[in-house]
Design a protein around this ligand. Structure first.
Ligand code: NAI
Ligand code: PYR
Ligand code: MG
Length: 372
């Protein structure tokens, strides 16, 4: 198969779809890999390293899209990239379609086969291709939140862990999944006072067993969310209903009642955000204020630590990339229900139920379009 890797073009996005090591795994199996020049330059993955792994370097994204049977990316395709997709071409990347009707329309019109990293599943009920970036974003959320709490950034002027004789900050984490667990772990490491809310009792029990008395867990209801949010210094939004728009758990009224200079890091922003006051921001301009509360809503947080993130992402995507290249997309998805769960758009049909529901569009199952 001919596999194409364009340079990412989203604001301050320095990750790359394939590492040189992943390219080598593909070329060793007889596949051809085409990488846009300087795709990895910013993180020291040079054209020379890609060439050494067997890739051919092309001068522009248009040529990569033109030659490839499958495009492997990181972020959702931007409008100019959607315009370059070809009928029947496979696109393997993050999509986050539920809150993004324009992208959904564009991908349907392209006739391409679009497989979203974030909805591929595993046998344990996890999302293996979202997990590595959620680990990164969860850990980063505390770094970002700590910075936002500094007075010069609009924050309350608080040090997360306090010092002897002065209270630690209160960190409230909504959702105890991968983002939430990693955020809680970092916040506890900095000696903050940490509370995690989730609707999964099983998850709360696991967290309680893992972290003991250092972590406080609460069942998530409107009541508990409201009472915790208004006394929080830092709130991390890490909830997810897979593939669907994030539930708006933090209302504007709650934000108005939050303390002046408190901070919301809404990691769930890529699925629309879990606060009514959230809207996507970029690394170039990551924060804004609403009712004196600092909002950090960067939709590609792991892009800031792109080298770590590129390797972590490839560790998870490689077996699926190889299956798609070795078998072809249709056969690979027919053979593996977990990869098939990643199929969001197939040759003009929308094949992910939560996206169809969010946008009131017709839905066809992945099984039906693949003839299973
Ligand atoms: N902004 C960014 O750069 C990034 C954003 N993300 C996003 O972060 C979000 C979380 O991802 P993961 O942690 O991997 O998901 P996950 O599936 O591991 O965890 C989500 C948790 O939310 C819980 N939840 C659902 N409804 C809830 C409610 N009403 N109250 C409290 N908890 C609730 C679930 O029970 C689950 O434990 C996703 O939207 C993901 O796309 C992930 C990586 C990077
Ligand atoms: C998951 C995601 O949106 C990201 O890593 O950018
Ligand atoms: Mg206020």
């Amino acid at each position: 198969m001919r596999v194409g890797v364009p340079k990412e073009i989203k604001n301050h996005e320095y990750r790359v779809g394939l590492t040189p090591a992943a390219v080598r795994e593909l070329t060793a199996r007889g596949h051809e890999v085409f990488v846009e020049t300087k795709a990895g330059d910013a993180i020291d993955l040079t054209d020379e390293l890609y060439m050494k792994a067997g890739a051919k370097i092309l001068p522009a994204a248009a040529e990569v899209f033109d030659v490839a049977d499958m495009i492997v990316k990181v972020k959702e395709p931007q409008a100019v990239e959607i315009a370059m997709l070809k009928k029947g071409q496979t696109l393997f990347t993050y999509l986050h379609l539920a809150p993004d009707p324009d992208q959904t329309k564009g991908l349907i019109a392209s006739g391409a086969v679009c497989i979203a990293y974030e909805t591929v599943t595993d046998p344990h009920g996890g999302l293996p291709l979202l997990a590595p970036m959620s680990e990164v974003a969860g850990r980063m959320s505390i770094q970002a939140g700590a910075h936002c709490l500094e007075r010069a950034q609009g924050g309350r002027g608080l040090l997360l862990g306090g010092v002897p004789g002065v209270s630690a900050a209160k960190v409230v984490v909504l959702g105890g999944g991968v983002v939430g667990t990693n955020a809680a772990r970092m916040a506890m490491g900095l000696e903050a006072h940490v509370i995690v809310l989730d609707v999964s009792l099983k998850r709360l029990k696991e967290l309680d067993e893992q972290f003991g008395s250092q972590l406080h867990t609460l069942y998530s209801t409107m009541d508990t969310i409201e009472s915790e949010i208004v006394t929080a210094d830092l709130v991390v939004g890490g909830v997810l209903l897979p593939g669907a728009e994030a539930p708006k758990l933090i209302t504007e009224k709650m934000v108005r009642e939050m303390k002046k200079g408190s901070v919301i890091v809404d990691v769930a922003i890529d699925q629309g955000g879990c606060a009514e006051t959230s809207h996507p921001t970029t690394h170039a301009d990551p924060t804004y204020m609403v009712h004196d509360v600092v909002h950090y809503c960067v939709a590609n947080m792991p892009g800031a630590v792109a080298r770590t993130s590129t390797f972590a992402l490839n560790n998870a995507t490689l077996p699926f990339t190889l299956a798609l290249a070795n078998m072809g997309a249709d056969a690979a998805m027919k053979a593996d229900a977990h990869l098939r769960a990643g199929l969001n758009v197939y040759k003009g049909a929308l094949t992910y139920k939560a996206v169809a529901d969010a946008q009131h569009l017709p839905f066809e199952s992945a099984e039906k379009v693949l003839g299973l």
